[in-house]
Ligand binder design. Structure first.
Ligand SMILES: [Zn+2]
Length: 71
């Protein structure tokens, strides 16, 4: 974001500008093809909120450390 703090990975939660430590890869089976993945980034505080949002919709998800996105 312009003028904001710049982290390499920023939390995807609306209004949160914290550095992300988790990457949640998920898919909506109704609209996404089998090999599609969306990635949400989450700070330590918001991982649970984002994960529960997806779990409540029964979307398949996988949580990784952002360090695993570095390669
Ligand atoms: Zn956050």
């Amino acid at each position: 974001m312009l003028g904001g703090p710049t982290h390499r990975f920023e939390c995807s939660r609306a209004g949160c500008r914290e550095a992300a430590v988790w990457a949640i890869e998920w898919r909506n089976p109704k609209i996404h093809a089998e090999d599609r993945r969306k990635t949400w980034l989450a700070c330590a505080e918001h991982r649970e909120v984002l994960e529960e949002f997806l779990a409540a919709r029964s979307f398949p998800l996988e949580v990784k450390s952002v360090k695993d996105l570095d390669d």
